[in-house]
Each structure stands twice: as structure tokens, then as C-alpha cells.
Design a protein around this ligand. Sequence first.
Ligand SMILES: Nc1ncnc2c1ncn2[C@@H]1O[C@H](COP(=O)(O)OP(=O)(O)OP(=O)(O)O)[C@@H](O)[C@H]1O
Ligand SMILES: [Mg+2]
Length: 892
Amino acid sequence: MSRWDFVGRRDELNRLLSAVGGPEGRGLLLSGSAGVGKSRLLREGIAALPTDRYAIWSVSASATTAALPFGGLVQVLPAEQPQGLSPAGILRWAVDLLQEQAAGRPIVLAIDDAHLLDPPSAALVHLIARAENATVIGTLRNGEQIPLPIRALWTDDLVELVELAPLGPAETTGLLTAILGGPVDAGTAERLFRLSAGNPLLLRELVLAASGGDELSQTYGIWKWTGRLELAPSLTDLIDTRIGRLTPGVRAVVELVAFGEPLGLQLLQRAVDPADVETAEERGLITMVHDDRRLNVRLAHPLYGEVMRRQCPVSRTRRLQATLAELLEQVGKRRRDDLLRVAVWRLDSGTAQNPALLLDAAAQAFGRYDVPLATRLARAALEAEGGSDAAELLATILMFGDRPDEAIQVLDSVAGEVTDDQRRSRWLTVRAMVSYWGLSRESTVDEIAARADELTDPADRARARAFEAIMRLHGLDTDAALRLAQAVLDRPAAPVAARELARCTIAHLHAARGQYRCSATAIARVQAEVARWRDDMPYLQLAMELARGTRLALSGDLSGIDAIVADEFADLAGAGDFRLGTGYLAILQAYAARLRGHSDEALKTSLGACAVLATSRVYAGLAHAERAQAAALRGDATHAAEAMAEADRTHAPGMAVLYPWLEQARGAVHAAAGDLPAATKHLCALADRLREDGFAGHELLVLLDLVRFGQAGAPVGPTCIDGGRRTVAQRLAELSERVDGTLPPLVARYARAAVDHSPAELLAVADDFAARDLVVHAAEATAMALHRAGRSRAAATGAARERLADLLRRCDGVSTPALRLLRPALSEREWEVARLAAEGATSRAIAERLYLSSRTVENHLQRVYSKLGVAGRAELRAALRSMPGHDGTDPV
Ligand SMILES: Nc1ncnc2c1ncn2[C@@H]1O[C@H](COP(=O)(O)OP(=O)(O)OP(=O)(O)O)[C@@H](O)[C@H]1O
Ligand SMILES: [Mg+2]
């Protein structure tokens, strides 16, 4: 009775199959309550797919695999994974591997219980779903917490989310017939439908419970339930009744599997009587799964595991976990995950006494950015007398888990044990990092400088200096930062991590200064060395992201941003709790969306960044500033002002290096509020400050904003020898020779065209912006061209209007000062008439509709034409479409 024919669900099955083979090419996730039949439907769907046409991988996640990084995908990934790769590298490697095995066939990845995927697996699934030739299908159980990358599958439109409803009465009867192998009496079917509420699992358990006694009998070939069985139909109770009847031996099997799945069959057989394993399999409690080269044992239904685990007394749970750890230790830890699994079982069973094992496992978990697991392991290592090494690791992890106070306590508790110089240098640097970024103590920089002098070994000193350098950069003491970082690089004895940290500091500074080529070369080197620094300093990744992100954002390289967001973001966001990484990349993603004019996405993503970074002070100000920008882009002055106030409140003084972003946002907030003079004054002062600080990359963007606000001719910078000051346009011409890349000359041309009132040149500039996906700039330059062209009725104006309409179609909800300039003062009546005329209605039809005379309609139209500067009806449609946001309505 363990398996019966598949019943009903025709529509759902077709939907699943067309999700894989259909033309729209989106995947499908089935959600539903426990036991409703999600897994079965998925299985049937997979079985119906031709394996010669598709490369199919089928995976089921479980509560046990959820505890281990990549545990959910053991069936997909080979046991041995390349060493030394970053988590992102592993993701890339895995994707490549699947593509290779697929050998050109479309990939289908089926994931049962996707909510139970561990964060890195979830990230990988997301990455695979993004691939053109891959479809993800799977199931989710209602009421469970869903990993962010999985949730993003449907918010990003990569899959459709469909709720699987319980079976209806007819289907339930069909299922009963299948279970019992014969027709069922109508009353029985009705009663069982009521009790099971159409849930197949519940139905099955009810029938099993009933057939245990003589309540279920066959009369004239028809099954009838005569029993009183009015038991509470709680699933837990039912399954419990069933499991409760197990012999102690079989129960031991099920319990071990419940805590250890997927569990190697050989391993299990060492601990229990193989006959009991067979019985458990026969009774449909466990199943054998070929994972890679191992034969693994899993529970036949996740609900069994849940009931088992929930009901297992604490002492027994611990004993089982200790047994599992011993078993795996005995056979030797062979797989990558084994060390972590043993460590977690040791931890959970209270038998974790080996600090080296715990420390190793903690470092491994942190190296995969699994902050909560790494914290538990490192804390256990410290408690198991792991000494200052454990304290250092725990404090580092706590700092990245936004718990700096605890981190300082941990460090100070071992201060007396830090005796040798090498340890002291590490202890010092971690403490400085927590104190500076975690607790916003700016005096930390001078403290670490003084303490570094006391270190005698050059390698130890280089490590401290590298930290001092990056702190000085963040605190805006850029000259000192550069000098210190350069000194670390010049020192052959410097440890790799220290050297690469120094390189990131320099790369960041170069980016801010507009020296993008040097910056990119440096970051490429840091990346090339990743295998040599990751174990020592996994968080160096953040310094690298910040340097790289700054360059990409300043140089307007949106596809570069897309690449790191799709790549690292999938990984870091997957880890979920490495919030600084997730948060920063979300800020970058919002930035790219904003410049593309996707204002809704920009706002949502920046809100997401703010939420992720709520408990940290490192990037919180930046996240709120980006939110202010997104709101300003939508012309939402209130939201923008509120976000800016929050940016000011949360911005940490120790992150002063980010001031250009915050202050640039402030300009946008003034402009959104309609106060262009305040925006101009603020941005001019900001440009001057940036010039003094040597941040030419930032200065360029601020000057670009001034051009956007119609201020290309405004004076900036100091008074020159000739007694005058340079204009924004002149300064941009200077910068275009100093700042790397092709954006600066384009921005300089834009400013010049604005000053020269040259519509043709403005349109050419707009085309160049559009080619870089800088859609908002392109639309604004076009709007400016149209505005400058005034009400001339040149044919070119019509074409420009078409182009503006096209650009605005690529955006959503965008309303900026430059675009608002174009909005003519049409009366409500004129809008109404114009809209109808643009839709093609004749004057007479309009007149009838609005209860006006045809003559009045004609008069209105003439006024509209002259206000819009169009020659007649033919141009009206494009003219209206190029005017976004009139009273928040789409004009056409
Ligand atoms: N349409 C169906 N026809 C026949 N049997 C079914 C059908 N749907 C579900 N079943 C059976 O009902 C039981 C529960 O279904 P399944 O395991 O698919 O539930 P689920 O929704 O995945 O539950 P969970 O949320 O716990 O994972 C299984 O034994 C399954 O084979
Ligand atoms: Mg299921």
C-alpha cells in the first residue's frame, strides 16, 4: 500500500509540463500544505519528461541537509569540489559543470521542498534559474520560511508560483478507490473526504489506521467504513500512531535517519541491525537514494522526520547525534561536508570537546559566509578551550553578525593569553576592526597605529598597517591611507591577506579619483589571489566589493554591476546572513536600476538593502541615500526627504569616504522638492569639496547632475588668474581628460551642448547615453533638446518626440526636473480632448462624448497644438507619450 496509482491532477500536471517545454520558458513552483501532494505531482511531472530531450536533475531538500552549506544539492554536485574557490567560484564551477553534463540539452532542475535548501544551495538554484536554457521546477510547503534566493525566483519572474489545492471530493474518491483497490461506498468516501479535507497524505494515514482494525470491510466488492474512528484528524497524531507501532530496532533506524539524512547506507548498517533497515524500507518509512557514488538513506516522507524529531526526548536526541558523529569519525571523514557534519553533531549532542575540529569547521562555515553556523561553532571552540585563535575567529564572525559589543568582550576575555607577536597582531587587528566599524570609535585608528609600532616582526606589523590604511581611507585621511597601503605592498614580508587588503584600499581610492584602469587592474590581482587570502580573511571580500562597486558605479558600467550582482550577489545573498555583502550588492543593484529608469525596482531593491542593513552602521547611510535617490527619481519628495533624514541619522562617521554619495543624494532630494536653487547651490559646493579632496570620479557625477538640472553654465571651482570662475561645462571638459573611460567625454559633450543650446548635439548625446543603458540621462538630454527647440515645428521635433517616448517606455514612474520641464500647462479639458484625439477619435466623436460643440473641440485642439509645438493630430500621440506623469496618469 506504499504506492498507488496517480489520481487526478491533470490540469496541474499539464501546467507543470508546459512550464518546462512551453514557449514562455518560465519554471514553476508548487506551494501547498503538508501532504497535499506536491512532491508526488512533481515526481509524476519529472517522470513524464523525455530524458533524451532534457538534462534532468531531481533533488529533495530536507531539514538535515538544510544545516549544511550545499547540503541540499549533494545529489547534484560531485563529492569532491575544487579547492580554494570562493563561494562565488564554486557556484560558477557548479553551473558550468551542469551545463557540461547537459551537453546542449535544456536543463531541468527539480527541487522538492525548496524551502529547506541551505543558503548556498538556494543561491546556486537561483543562479541556474537565470541561465537561458534552464528551468527550475519544485515544491514549497506553506507556512515555512523561504530562503531569499528562492523567493526571488518568482519575484524576479523566473518561475511562476502556483498554489496546489487539496483534492476535490471526486478526486478523493478516486484516490480511495486506488488505495483500497476497489470501489468505495459513497458515505464512506464522503466521511473520509471530510476528515482528510482532500489531503492525500492524511487520507492514506486514515485508511492505514482504519485497516488496522476491522472497521473497514468489503461487502459485495464495495469498501465500507463501519468504524466509529472519530479521532482527531491531526496529521501528527496519525503519523505518530503509525510510527508508534514500530519495534525498537526499526524505530532506531528511523530515528538515526531522521537526524542524519542523507545517511550512507553502509554507515547506518554499522549502527543498527541490517534486518531492521530492510523492514523500515519495506514499510515505506525510509527510501534508498543514489547520491553521487553513495547509496544514501532518507526518510520516505519529510513529515515522518518532523514527528520523529519533535517527539524525541532531548537526552535521546543528543545520544543519537553523538552516535552519528562517532560513526562518521570511525569511517573517516571523506567528503567536504563531513567535517562540518561531524562538528555540528558534536555541537548539538553536547560532545564537542575538540577545539581544533570546531575551529576548522567554524572557519569553513565562515568561508562560506554562513554566519549563524560559524558563530555557533566558533563559540563552541572557545568554550572547548580553543584559546585566542577561537576568540579571534568568534569575534570576527560576531562583528559581521552585527554584534560588536559581544565581539569586544570575547576579545578582551583572552587578552591575557595573547602572548606571541603574531597572535597579538591578529588580535589587535580584529579588535580594531570591531571597534572602528562595529562601534564607530574613530580613535581606533590612532590606537592601532601606536600598537603597530610595538610589533617587531615586519609581517605582523604589515598586517596592522594594512588595517590602519583601510581605516584611514574610510575616515577620509586619504593621503595617509595611500602611503600606508603602498608601504605594505612594498614589504616582501607582508602576509598575502595584508597585501591584498592594502591593494583594495588603493583600488578604492583610485576609483574615487577616477583612475579606473589602475583600480580595475588592482582588483583583478586581488581576485587572482583569492585562494591565498580567503581562509585567513574571508571578509576581505567586502573591501574588494566596495572598491569594485565604486569603480563600476562611477564609470556608469551598468553591465559590470549586473555581472557582480548576478554572480557574487547570488552567493552572498544566498548566505543571507552575511548582511554587509548582501546589503552592499543590493545598493549597487538599486543604483543600476535607477540609472536605467526602472524606478520601481530601484525603490524596492534599495528598501531591501535598508532592511538588510538595519542593524549595521557600515553601509546603512549609503542604503538610505540610494533609497532617497530612487524616491527622487519618482518625484516623490516626501519619501526622498524621509530617506535622506534616515541616511543622516544612520551614517557612521567612520564611513566618511562615502560622503560623496550621500551629498549627491541630498542634491536630488532638494530638486525633488522643487527647490532647484538649493539643489544647485548644494551641488556646486559639493563639486568644489570633491575637487579639493581629489575625488574626480565623484566630481564628474555631481557636475553631471548640475547639467541635468539645467546648470551647465553655473560657475564652479576657485577664481582663476583671469579673475573669473570656470563653468560646469568647462570643468567637465577638463575632467574628461583626467578621468578614465568614455563616460567623461560624453558628459562633457552633454554640458557643452546644453550651454550651446544645440538640440542636434543634445540628441546625439542622448543616443550615446541610451547605448550605455543610461536611460534616464538619455531621456533627459532628449527632453532638453525638445525644450531648447522650443515650439518650432521642425520635422525633427516630431522624431525627437518619438525617441523620447521610446526611452520613457523603457522606464517606469520616472519624474525628474528635466522631464517635468516639458510638461506644458494644459488645462484638464485640453488634456481630455488631446487624449481622445491622440487615440484617433474625430472631432465630432469627441464633441459627442464630452457634450461640446465640434467647434469648441477644434478650438481646444488648436490651443493644444500650439502649446505642445506640434503641427497636427499626426504628431499628437508621440507628443503626449513623451510627457510622463501628468497627474500620475499615462497620458495615452
Ligand atoms: N494525485 C495523487 N495520486 C495518488 N497519490 C497521491 C497523489 N497526491 C499525493 N499522493 C500521495 O499522498 C502522499 C502525500 O503526498 P506528497 O508526499 O506528494 O505530499 P506533499 O505535498 O509533498 O507533502 P509535504 O509538504 O509533506 O512534502 C504520498 O504518499 C503521495 O504518493
Ligand atoms: Mg513533499
